[in-house]
Ligand binder design. Structure first.
Ligand code: CP
Length: 300
């Protein structure tokens, strides 16, 4: 495929293929490009993990990276995202990795098929985060090997979360059972098709995977202030709640983590936590995503 912009593009088999390829990269598989290939990472929203992880994946595949700084680009002179991409296509870039605050920013770009550049969505507003979703699925697969009937609880700021949306969709497709908990005002009807909402303390002891989410203050609006201490007590993963989890259950979180809010700081690196394994797996999943596009573009 030429792009990966939404998890909707992947059926269960596609997702498992990408995870298997990522596992091969993790086990030491190397590749050689057939020709020089160039990447540009256009981040219009802040990022530590996704941007550096894509950069690492690009370098490991032997791609060359052209720098792009959203703050000093001609977007600030009014140039559209489409014209920006047409420009970097013209100078020979193969793949653009884009993070943008606007939901579905990629729809207009792809509508008329005038762009001959691979596009990878690195997160669009509260829409989709396909590479995060696949690295989460890889991390779950490492622990459980099979998704069928696995119980996954997504906790927290669900309605603003592109991770919750992508993961709920893909987990359902892979045969897992999805549950939601957290403040009711952050759960919306668009999620009911994927699973049921319940009380955190009732659901937690039955779960195989607990997928914590960050409170996304940047999407809440200036007039909403969250009492973080109260949130931690009601919805956070405390030591008492950790002790209620199944023996083999794991904790995942896309990060950045608000230590002491959605999770007790000491639990971030606890035996059940896979938060840093997720980051490690992210590089290999992104290598698999980029490889697929490079093969389409006959560069691999
Ligand atoms: N998980 C994630 O997307 O992290 P960054 O915002 O740091 O990229």
């Amino acid at each position: 495929q030429p792009n990966l912009v939404t998890i909707d593009q992947l059926d269960a088999e596609d997702a498992l293929d990408l995870i298997h390829e990522a596992q091969a990269y993790k086990a030491g598989k190397t590749v050689e490009l057939k020709r020089p290939a160039y990447a540009m990472n256009l981040f219009f929203e802040d990022s530590t993990r996704t941007k550096s992880s894509f950069q690492m994946a690009q370098l490991k595949l032997g791609m060359k990276i052209i720098n792009f700084n959203a703050q000093t680009s001609s977007v600030n002179k009014g140039e559209s995202l489409y014209d920006t991409l047409k420009t970097i296509e013209s100078i020979g870039v193969d793949i653009a990795v884009i993070r943008h605050s606007e939901n579905n920013y990629y729809r207009d770009l792809l509508k008329n098929h005038h762009l001959n550049i691979g596009i990878v969505n690195a997160g669009d507003g509260s829409g989709q985060h396909p590479s995060q979703c696949l690295l989460d699925m890889m991390t779950i697969a490492e622990q459980f090997h099979c998704f069928h009937d696995l119980k996954v609880l997504i906790v927290g700021d669900i309605s603003h979360s592109r991770v919750a949306r992508s993961n709920a969709q893909m987990l359902t497709r892979l045969g897992a059972k999805v549950y939601f908990a957290g403040p009711k005002q952050w759960f919306d009807d668009t999620f009911t098709q994927y699973g049921e909402y319940g009380e955190l303390d009732d659901l937690l002891p039955q779960m195989d995977v607990v997928n914590l989410l960050r409170i996304q203050n940047e999407r809440l609006g200036a007039d909403i202030e969250v009492d973080t201490g109260d949130y931690h007590e009601r919805y956070g993963l405390t030591k008492a709640r950790y002790d209620q989890m199944k023996e083999k259950a794991i904790i995942i979180h896309p990060a950045p983590v608000n230590r002491g809010v959605e999770i007790d700081s000491d639990l971030v690196e606890s035996p059940k936590s896979r938060i840093f394994t997720q980051m490690e797996n992210g590089v290999f999943v992104r290598m698999a995503i980029l490889s697929r596009i490079l093969r389409y573009r006959k560069a691999l």
